[in-house]
Design a protein around this ligand. Structure first.
Ligand code: BGC
Length: 811
């Protein structure tokens, strides 16, 4: 019961807020002011925003300022959250953006609108229907983060960002709470589907691309969750113990890249603590590192009811205990906006200012950033949104991108693509009939439809074995309706695994005789607030094993191929069953067009070019984080120690010589590529270095390849991973025989590791090996250069040091 309460409460925090917004678009701030015929500087749109902000700031009372740093949202959930969230003072409550996650507090007397924030990484999360309206407000269900990252294509991801930004803009949102770029530290994290990679360079580059896209017409992003939110259990009360080196090299690096390359408007601090301090109250993280070192100019907001700010604490079995008030500490830390604020916090902040716990100066710094965000928002600038984004165009893009993110792991004797004679298919696995387009929680999107695999294949002209179709459809329908009943009772439960119907062997045999090939889909749903279990999730269930065994035995006897599609938001174990399949395709959670996208790959309309953004181990225990992912105590973790240090993912497998099932960066194509003619601009590194390599399509089908550049650094004062990804480039579509020369640039920071003793990024003098190929273990071209002496690249602040004693893993 308590457990259920925890799920419900935390879920409500993510899904059900309704915030105010002017559905027609707000007039520019100066339009309805000037009541006394005078334009104040803050109203004057010809002045720079910074000047207007300063003017307005000077006119605000302390009460106004407090209102501005406490956002709104979650109204109506007092009985569950335990306190009154702030209700915006809108005269006309019919002006709403239902389903948005929150907003800033509107100050009507100064013409400040409520700036609206919507989730999430895979689409604009709003309610699809509204009272008294026949119109629908569906949003595109884009491919999830894991799918986007697997494209390794920054240009294409930027296009997705643009479409997502346009949709947010046209539905009247100002800030899209995306992208989510926490590191996939372990495959069991429930939110990996929203994240990108085990590697910070992939995470940072993909996040930067999406950010550039979303922000292109003025909607802002919120990079989240800053930082080290790498598991979901007890996420609001989990203390992550991590060394300064590991934090900087692995968990902060992607954020740093995205901040530097794409100038995000906002960042969301995470729920967890790092080394004893909530991230939202950590001045070292939010001011010393983020602003002073990286030059971040935007606003930081909390995750919803994050940190001890609002006094909410789910550590105790989901029971809400009001804790000490730390809002002042968050403001001092540089967490500008508390999302959403509560009535209790208004009173607390007033008292804190009075008793000197919070200085007006600190408050002003945050208010200034809130005002800058508001002034720069589409709403404030009077954007007239249409409520009619181009859903058709976005669906086409979704279909294309999802296909480009699919990773072909196995393709024996060219089982795929199906040839023109293989038109009759036997389709197995419940999920073939019920595609999982996205994950659960705040990252879920209210989309108009999802194309199932069956529909996708039928659209592509395949015929599906009718008897199987009949059995599965009935089975899935029944399961779905049972699920609906359960969901009605508890609308926030995670979607349980879809079971498999029992099939008679004679039916499988009959389908093998009449069909040209078999396709089996294995699917998993996952989401916020829970991590995935090992049994029956990471590992296949016995029913799923039986299905793969039985189908492959019968189809292989009949001389027919078996293709397994994996429709999941993360990796699953493959070694125990992949030898039974001729082809294995990871489709991830591919968004609303999923079935069409898979059919495009199966038919060969799209040549797969996705690559794994994470390692698939032979067995779970091979992971460096297998032993400590759960945290302690096991049943309700309050502490977790990242004692594997920087050896996460391929950094661990390659340094410690452990053979994975499929390595980081791996993915097959229907054609083949060769890499040749590596050239390096100099053998001695001075300030930068250029490297070129030729990528040639050596097969018979047009296709794209990902050129991945890894560096192997010399041993210096500290241990280093065997190799680390520094850059990657996706080629254009290369015709058979065509060659593309790709260019890489290395800068000093690419050579550096973080030296804790010296609190600096240091590039050690010596020889650096350059390794280029199409996976972390598929190196095809090598070269080297030397750096004459050790070089301090950047001296940084000695902050966020561990609060307990532990040693990082070393080779
Ligand atoms: C999630 C965030 C989300 C927020 C608002 C939180 O529970 O962690 O990712 O943006 O809710 O819905």
């Amino acid at each position: 019961m308590k457990f259920l309460k925890k799920i419900k409460l935390a879920s409500l925090l993510t899904v059900a807020a309704t915030v105010s917004a002017n559905a027609q678009g707000t007039q520019p701030v100066n339009a309805d002011l000037n009541k006394n015929g005078k334009t104040e500087p803050y109203e004057n749109i010809s002045l720079p925003i910074s000047q207007r902000v300063e003017d307005l700031l000077s006119r605000l009372s302390t009460e106004d300022k407090i209102n501005l740093v406490l956002g709104t949202g979650m109204i109506g959930f007092e009985q569950i959250t335990g306190f009154e969230a702030i209700d915006p003072p809108m005269e006309d409550k019919s002006f709403m953006l239902p389903g948005a996650a929150g907003s800033t507090y509107p100050l009507k007397k100064f013409g400040l609108p409520a700036v609206i924030m919507t989730d999430g990484p895979a689409g604009v999360r709003i309610m699809p229907t509204r009272k008294n309206s026949d119109k629908t407000f569906y949003a595109t269900g884009f491919p999830t983060g894991i799918s986007l990252a697997s494209t390794w294509d920054q240009e294409l991801t930027q296009q997705v960002g643009k479409a997502l930004g346009d949709e947010a803009l046209e539905y009247g949102s100002d800030i899209q709470l995306a992208p989510a770029l926490n590191i996939m530290r372990n495959p069991l994290c429930g939110r990996n589907y929203e994240y990108f990679s085990e590697d910070p360079v992939v995470s940072g580059k993909i996040a930067a691309a999406i950010t550039l896209g979303i922000q292109h017409k003025g909607v802002g992003v919120s990079l989240k969750h800053f930082a080290a939110n790498n598991s979901e259990r007890n996420r609001m009360g989990l203390n992550v113990h991590v060394s300064a080196r590991t934090l900087r090299e692995i968990y902060l690096r992607g954020f740093k890249i995205a901040v530097k390359e794409s100038n995000p408007k906002t960042i969301m601090s995470s729920y967890n603590l790092i080394n004893g301090t909530y991230t939202s109250a950590d001045r070292g993280l939010l001011t010393d590192i983020l602003r002073n070192e990286w030059g971040f100019k935007g606003l930081v907001m909390t995750d919803w009811f994050g940190g001890y700010s609002s006094g909410i604490n789910l550590v105790n079995d989901g029971a809400i205990s009001l804790k000490e008030n730390y809002t002042a500490q968050q403001i001092h830390a540089g967490n500008d906006l508390i999302m959403p604020g509560t009535r209790m916090q208004i009173a607390n902040l007033k008292a804190d200012i009075k008793n000197g716990k919070l200085s007006e100066k600190d408050l002003d710094i945050c208010v200034r950033r809130v005002l800058e965000m508001i002034f720069n928002s589409p709403k404030m600038q009077g954007y007239q949104y249409s409520d009619s984004p181009d859903l058709k165009a976005h669906a086409l893009l979704t279909r294309q991108v999802a296909a480009e993110g699919m990773v072909l792991l196995k393709n024996e004797q060219k089982a795929l693509p199906l040839n023109s004679l293989q038109k009759n298919l036997a389709i197995f696995g419940s999920i073939s009939y019920k595609m999982i387009a996205g994950g659960t929680g705040s990252g879920d999107v209210n989309k108009a439809y999802t194309v199932s695999l069956i529909q996708g294949l039928e659209n592509a002209g395949y015929s599906i074995n009718g008897k199987l179709d009949n059995i599965y459809r009935k089975f899935v329908e029944k399961e779905e309706s049972d699920l609906k009943t359960k969901l009605n009772k508890d609308p926030f439960m995670l979607i349980p695994l879809m079971p498999q119907p029992q099939l008679k062997e004679s039916l499988i045999r009959e389908s093998a005789n009449t069909c040209d090939a078999a396709i089996i889909t294995i699917g998993r749903s996952s989401g916020e607030m829970e991590d995935r279990p090992l049994e029956g999730d990471y590992y296949l269930t016995q029913d799923e094993h039986n299905l793969i065994n039985n189908v492959s035995e019968v189809f292989h006897q009949a001389g027919k191929k078996v293709i397994v599609i994996v429709n999941t938001g993360g990796i699953i174990e493959t070694t125990g069953w992949s030898d039974k399949a001729d082809a294995v395709l990871f489709s991830w959670l591919p968004g609303q067009e999923g079935g069409n996208s898979i059919a495009d790959v199966i038919s060969g309309k799209v040549n797969p070019s996705g690559k794994l953004a994470m390692t698939i181990p032979v067995k779970y225990e091979d992971l460096s984080t297998a032993r400590n992912f759960q945290g302690t105590p096991i049943d309700k973790p309050t502490d977790i120690t990242y004692s594997e240090g920087v050896y996460v993912g391929y950094r661990y497998f390659d340094t410690f010589n452990i053979k994975p099932a499929y390595e980081f960066g791996y993915g097959l194509s229907y054609t083949t590529f060769s890499f040749s003619n590596i050239k390096i601009s100099s053998e001695n590194f001075k300030e930068e270095l250029y490297i070129t390599v030729n990528v040639k399509n050596t097969g018979n089908t047009a296709g794209k390849e990902v050129a991945q550049l890894y560096l192997s650094a010399p041993k210096g004062a500290i241990d280093k991973p065997e190799k680390e990804l520094k850059a990657f480039i996706k080629t254009k579509l290369l015709q058979p025989g065509e060659t593309q020369t790709v260019y890489f640039r290395l800068s000093p920071k690419d050579l550096a590791s973080f030296n804790e003793q010296q609190c600096s990024w240091i590039a050690d003098g010596g020889t650096y090996k350059v390794l280029i190929g199409n996976s972390s273990r598929g190196i095809q071209q090598t070269s080297s250069f030397t750096l004459s002496d050790d070089r301090i690249i950047e001296k940084v602040n000695n902050v966020i040091i561990p609060d307990i004693k532990f040693t990082d893993l070393r080779p």
